[in-house]
Structure formats: C-alpha cells, structure tokens
Design a protein around this ligand. Structure first.
Ligand SMILES: Cc1ncc(COP(=O)(O)O)c(C=O)c1O
Length: 456
C-alpha cells in the first residue's frame, strides 16, 4: 500500500480522458470569454482544505466555470497578439509527455528524449540555413530564448574585448525589437544602441548611420535583428546586418520567435537567407509551428561556446559533464537559463514527424495567403484602409474615423458575440486594427464577417 495520493483512480482517469477527448474532437473549439466571464470568487474560497474534495465535482467546476473564462488560444478565431495553434498530434503527445513524467534535462537521464528533440532542432537549423553542428535546446519561450542567447553574446563580446570596460559593452537593436529583448538586456545590465529605422525595418544602412553618429561605436559587441516583428511582421535586413556582423566579428542574434516559422514558406523563405550568419537564432514552435505552449527552439551556431557560458556547475552535477565534449552527450540544460526541464520539444517533434514537413510548409503558407487576401478585401472596402502592406501573416488596418475607444468597444463586442478575438494596437502613435493570422483553419468567411462588423 502506497500513499493514497498515488493510487490509480480509474474513474477519474476516464473522466479526464473523456474531457480531453471532447476538446480534441471539437471543430472548432469554442472561442470562450476570458475576463468577460465573471469568476465566482466565493466558489473558489475555501476549496483547499485539509481533506480532499471529490475530483469529479472539481473537474465539473473547472469545465463549467473556470475554463470559459479563458479565450481558447487554439481557436481559429483567436487573431490577437500572437496566437497558438497546436496540431492534434502535438496536443496528444503533450499528454504523453505529461503522463510519462518525461524529464529532458540531461543526456544521462534522458538520452531518448534528447536525440528526438535534437532531431527537430537540427531540422529547423538546416531549414534556416545554419551550418552543420548548430544546436541548442528547447526553452520555455522567446523571452528566455532571447535572454539565454544575449547572455552568451555578452560574455563572448566581453572576452573578445578586454580593452573595454565590461559594463560598457552594448548591443545594437532597433526600436521595433520585441519587449523581451529590452527585458533581457535589462537583466544583463547591458546598454543598447537604439537604431532608428525607415519604415520600422532594421537595415544595414540604418545601422551604419547610427554607428557613424555614435560617440562610442567600439562598445557595440553585437547586433539583434528581428525576423518578423510582432506588431507588423517585418523581417529585418538579415543578410546585410549578418554580413556586417561577420565582417566586424560581432555577435549576431536573430529573434524569429514569431516570424522565423516562415522559413517554411515557399513565397517568403528568401527573406530569411541571412539566418546563415546568425550566432544565435530563436523560433517558437508554440507560435507559428503548431506546437502547444510552452516551446521555443534556441539554436546556436557554436553550441560549445554557449555551453561554456551557461552550463550550471555544482558538485552534484559533475556527473553530467564528465564527458560532455562528446557530441552525443548532449545536456539540454547546458544551453539555456534553466536546469530542470520537461521535454517540451517532443510534442513538436512528434507532430513534425507524423504530419510531415510538407504539411508545415502549407500550414504556414495559408496564414500568409490569408493576410494578403485580407489586404485585398480591405482595399476594396469603403470603410477601411491599410496602414501599411501586410507582412508575413500580420495585417495593420484602419477603420476610417475611429479613435481608440471605438476600436476597444468593437474588440469587446466581437468577443462577446463570439465572432473573434482581436485586440487593437498602436502604429506611430495611432490606435489601429491588427489581425495576426496563424491558424490554418481561419477562413475568408470569418474575415469578411470581422471586416463587416466594423461598418457600424
Ligand atoms: C518577436 C518576438 N520575440 C519574442 C517574443 C516573446 O516570446 P514568449 O512570449 O514566448 O516569451 C515574442 C512574443 O510574441 C515575439 O513576437
């Protein structure tokens, strides 16, 4: 007889599996309401007490009361922020990862997981044009991917430039870099050269102008480019910035958390050729590569350098590192700011292997094509206009005559009516409409309904 918490409960197992089966079979899942649904706090109060409660009752409470207060990020009508559209295969395999307690920390404990995750990372690295030998780990998200990469870049830059005060080294970034880049550099206490850009695209020309006007260009030890800005989907001049970084021996980091997935797009992969110059590159399968949260692929051109900076050292961990020069003894824990980790790359691996890479290519392309079609619909309408041409899968547009308050009311009304979840953004100080396509099952009919809802 073991502890009662670990008894197998066949009835509860059936109930939870039935719930999961129902969610998986919904086509589409209901959008649901997020914070528009009031949560009866009094029903939560006192739930945790010395003696346990009936699991079926709590599962029902979750299903009927808590779950509807979350907007389903896997709904094809979720078009705000950056959505997440996990394939059925990836969701199912996430259950396998959870139920098997699969730990993905070290080679010693988890070689079977590591080889599969690394196969997926290598596939991404090859598709992105990074050289053989590139590698890294799956981390929790773009924010930690950026922080880990920039930590390595900072240390490498400092080591190359002993003549510089270590506190003076800087990264060149554009004002459109994702907020997590600012946070990472804040954590690292590294300053920036903020490069002003034409039309929000970070180009070599803009970098050279910024360096020419800067009193201390010698302090810039790295460049951060974005492969698909979050607000507008713009891909920076990766080739120009990357060649400059190579020529001047600077760390070149590419944040492709959202847009990096378009390396799978037949029409847009040419924009990403410059990834071949990157020292570090991230792309989030939990964004546009159809994996569940939370999963960022973090890839270094030279993983050995990253390992030297990031591997945690402790006497109880020495056993993990005894022979880690052997390329097969790969500890995912050595490549990010983390130690213990679930095998979060496996759901992506399983989906990529079972659906095939061609399905990823067409899945990514659908969103780009729909963004372009939406642009046409907007241009043909009399009440809307584009703010700028669609980029990747993002459309920025304006409802003539509307101010911030109207956009917010419209956004809430769309959710209330369960038509879509779309939140406005700001573009050069003006509140505008923004649609981020991602789910391959979002249809033109849905777009037409959304655009028509802005007539009134
Ligand atoms: C370009 C870019 N970088 C980084 C991030 C942060 O990623 P995460 O939310 O996974 O931490 C995002 C999130 O939208 C992003 O779009």
């Amino acid at each position: 007889m073991g502890h009662q918490m670990f008894d197998y409960d066949a009835q509860l197992t059936d109930a939870v599996f039935a719930y999961c089966r129902e969610r998986l079979s919904m086509d589409p899942v209901p959008l649901d309401y997020g914070s528009q649904r009031e949560i009866p706090i009094d029903k939560l109060a006192g739930l945790i007490r010395p003696e346990g409660r009936n699991p079926q009752e709590i599962l029902d409470f979750f299903e009927t009361t808590l779950a509807p207060a979350v907007v389903s990020i896997d709904s094809p009508a979720f078009l705000a922020f950056i959505p997440n559209a996990p394939t059925k295969n990836s969701l199912l395999f996430d259950m396998v990862v959870a139920c098997s307690g699969l730990n993905g920390t070290s080679w010693l404990e988890s070689s079977g997981v590591v080889v599969a995750e690394n196969q997926a990372l290598t596939y991404l690295a090859d598709t992105a044009g990074l050289p053989a030998g590139s590698g890294g780990a799956f981390v929790s998200g773009g924010s930690i991917g950026n922080l880990s990469s920039l930590t390595v870049g900072r240390d490498v830059g400092r080591a190359k430039h002993p003549e510089l005060n270590p506190h003076d080294v800087r990264f060149a970034i554009s004002s459109d870099a994702h907020s997590s880049i600012g946070t990472a550099l804040h954590v690292l206490d590294v300053d920036t050269l903020i490069v002003e850009t034409d039309d929000h695209r970070f180009t070599l020309k803009a970098l050279e102008a910024a360096l020419a006007n800067d009193p201390h260009p010698e302090n810039v030890i790295g460049i951060v480019a974005t492969a698909g800005t979050t607000n507008a989907g713009i891909v920076d001049d990766l080739e120009g910035l990357g060649s400059y970084a190579r020529e001047h021996d600077l760390w070149f980091h590419i944040d492709g958390a959202y847009g990096g997935a378009a390396i799978f797009s037949a029409t847009h992969k040419h924009l990403f050729k410059g990834i071949r110059h990157a020292d570090s590159f991230i792309v989030d399968p939990h964004k546009w590569l159809f994996a569940p949260l939370d999963c960022c692929a973090l890839i270094y051109r030279n993983p050995t350098v990253a390992r030297k900076v990031l591997a945690q050292q402790a006497s109880y961990l020495d056993v993990l590192h005894d022979s880690s020069d052997d390329e097969y003894e790969w500890n995912p824990s050595d490549f990010g700011i983390h130690l213990s980790r679930r095998a979060r790359g496996l759901p992506f691996w399983f989906s990529l292997v079972t659906n095939g890479a061609a399905a990823y290519e067409s899945g990514v392309q659908v969103a780009i094509d729909l963004a372009q079609r939406t642009q046409q619909l907007i241009e043909e309408s009399d009440h809307l206009e584009m703010v700028r041409p669609s980029s990747l899968s993002i459309v920025l547009f304006r409802r003539r005559g509307w101010k911030a308050e109207k956009y917010n009311e419209w956004s809430q009304e769309l959710l209330r009516r369960q038509i879509a979840f779309i939140t406005p953004t700001k573009w050069e100080g003006e509140t505008v409409g923004r649609i981020a396509f991602l789910h391959p099952n979002t249809t033109e009919e849905m777009v037409v309904e959304i655009l028509n809802s802005m007539r009134g």
